[in-house]
Design a protein around this ligand. Structure first.
Ligand code: PEP
Ligand code: MG
Length: 581
């Protein structure tokens, strides 16, 4: 039966394909009864999975002994091996399988929950946090029990109702770490029940340039595996089992959109300048070095934001200084002299990495907690390793360092002192780097926007992170679809903060960019130009649409009109005027 669900449009375009249901937590396992005569086989299956994981941990342990391996790896592997052999995880699930004739996955998760509950009672915070190790070990065993994950890209073939052989991921929720893995796979689109429009999951979807809708509430329970679905990422709709007429209509719209996209490619080499000859720089946001291909294809003027935290995700150990250096150098060299703005680790809030155990603690309010520069200053060894890696890469291109989530002068000063310390360490090692590497700050907390003088005095450039600036100005969790209707980039308070930062930076002759999602929204380009913005950084897939807006704009006329908008307090009038710009 055909039906549709409405959610938040987060990544434009149309995908037509077959649904593949995924759960982001491996721990959401099925529960079923096994036949009497299969009980022993279920126990054997469990033991075989334990043996597989033991083998994996032995291999990791050997790796941990090799020179240059981070010392944390050995400690981590030991802790995991210890939990794997704990009778609570290794023996009691077997008793449960015999007793209840249940499947091994379910028995294991029951025991894990009991063990985690016991750890939750521990007063010592260090010991309490070890519960995350338990979960990680259990995830390993579950992966072994469930066999290899399905190869998303291999499915293909003809669907019953059409020629759509592509896959559409349907999930209750996806973390940014889950989503970034789609970069390696061929996925037509995805939809989730949870999530906000500027959550990092949505941001990664835009960077993949695949249609996506989030906040659908009931997609995961209602959609069945292999259902034919249409994702309308422009209007925020998921259509399940469409009838022939709707399917035809969407196929037509999909090919029209593809045609428009290919026409836009003509703008790739066009100069980004307004009709009144104001030059605008259009740079790209990236998550991984492999995104460079897209950056080049879009003809970007550089990388305005390299979200380095994605290098730290989906792995059990931290990337070493050398590994990071290679990633940063690769980008710097590929950009051949164009600016490459490397943002230091912005972990925390919705971005977690299991290798960074500290970020996995249950912060009472993660978006306001130990995130980004706060985390880095609390973990100086991790921060120094990253700074050294970035500095070393600065020898191979026009690298600059960007610091996220600054709010206090002391944070700037401590960060600058650590950069100096990292430089000194490199001098002692006789490593080459650019002594004059520029250091900039993200303006994404209202406190920073309102005390800009202190930032201008100490830094060499600014980049406005509108995703967080809006979140923190309006007190709206950007990942929570329950309040997403209140996440309003056109709120007068947001517009005034933005304009104020741009004007103050210009007065101080300091380069200022916007690198939040606003910069890549072609409906906002004229507004930002009118505020005086001349540096935009966005996903490469959005760059040509924004360029199209720039080349049709008159910056001087826009400045006058935007001046009027900034004096307005009425949301509806602001919206009307922005639409008419
Ligand atoms: C922002 O906050 O606007 C930004 C660019 O950083 P992130 O989206 O990674 O938080
Ligand atoms: Mg941010």
């Amino acid at each position: 039966m055909s039906f549709s669900l409405h959610g938040l449009a987060v990544s434009q375009g149309i995908a037509i394909g077959h649904a593949h249901l995924v759960s982001h937590a491996t721990l959401e396992v099925a529960h079923y009864t096994v036949r009497e005569r299969d009980v022993q086989r279920e126990v054997d299956r469990f033991e075989a999975a334990l043996a597989t994981v033991r083998g994996e941990l032995n291999a990791l342990s050997a790796e941990a002994m090799s020179p240059g391996s981070p010392s944390e790896l050995a400690a981590l592997v030991n802790v995991h091996a210890m939990f794997l052999d704990d009778p609570m995880l290794a023996e009691l699930p077997k008793a449960l399988i015999y007793e209840r004739r249940c499947n091994a996955e379910w028995a294991l998760v029951q025991q894990m929950e009991q063990l985690v509950a016991q750890f939750n009672e521990i007063d010592d915070s260090y010991l309490r946090e070890r519960k995350h190790d338990i979960v990680q070990v259990v995830e390993r065993v579950l992966r072994a029990l469930l066999g290899k994950p399905r190869k998303f890209g291999k499915k293909g073939g003809k669907g019953e109702k059409g020629d759509e052989g592509e896959l559409v991921i349907v999930a209750h929720d996806l973390s940014p770490a889950d989503t970034i893995q789609f970069k390696k796979l061929k996925i037509a689109g995805f939809v989730t029940d949870l999530g906000g429009a500027t959550s990092h999951t949505a941001i990664v979807a835009r960077s993949l340039a695949i249609p996506a809708v989030v906040g659908l509430h009931h997609a995961r329970p209602l959609v069945r595996e292999d259902d034919l679905v249409i994702v309308d990422g422009t209007r925020g709709v998921l259509i399940v089992d469409p009838d022939a007429r709707v399917l035809e209509e969407y196929r037509l719209r999909k090919s029209e959109l593809e045609l428009e996209r290919s026409k836009l490619k003509r703008l790739k080499t066009a100069r980004a300048a307004t009709l009144d000859e104001v030059e605008v720089s259009l740079q790209a946001n990236i998550e991984l070095p492999q995104d460079i291909e897209q950056v080049k294809e879009a003809g970007a003027d550089g990388v305005g934001l390299f979200r380095t935290e994605f290098l730290f995700m989906n792995r059990d150990t931290l990337p070493s200084e050398d590994e990071q250096f290679e990633a940063y150098r690769q980008v710097a060299k590929a950009l051949a002299g164009k600016p490459v703005t490397i943002r230091t680790l912005d972990i925390g809030a919705d971005k977690t990495a299991r290798a960074l155990v500290g970020t996995e603690r249950q912060a009472p309010n993660p978006a306001l907690g130990l995130r980004a520069i706060r985390y880095c200053l609390a973990e100086p060894q991790i921060f120094l390793a990253q700074l050294r890696a970035i500095l070393r890469a600065s020898h191979f291109g026009q690298v600059q360092i960007l610091i996220p989530m600054l709010a206090h002068v002391t944070e700037i000063e401590q960060t600058l002192a650590m950069i100096e310390q990292a430089k000194q360490q490199l001098r002692e090692r006789r490593c080459k780097f650019n002594e004059h590497v520029a250091v900039g700050g993200m303006i994404e907390i209202p406190a920073a926007a309102l005390s800009l003088g202190a930032f201008v005095k100490r830094l060499q450039f600014l980049s406005i992170g509108t995703n967080d600036l809006i979140q923190y100005t309006l007190a709206i969790d950007r990942t929570d679809e329950a309040v997403s209707h209140l996440y309003d980039p056109l709120h007068p308070a947001v517009l005034r903060l933005l304009s104020q930062v741009i004007l103050s930076a210009q007065k101080a002759e300091m380069p200022v960019a916007v690198c939040g999602e606003l910069a890549g929204d072609p409906k906002m380009t004229r507004l930002l130009l009118g505020m005086g913005l001349r540096h935009f950084s966005m996903h490469p897939s959005q760059l040509l649409e924004v360029k199209q807006q720039v080349v049709m704009a008159d910056a001087e006329q826009l400045a006058t009109k935007v001046g009027r908008i900034l004096r307005c307090d009425e949301p509806e009038r602001i919206r009307e005027q922005v639409d008419r710009l």
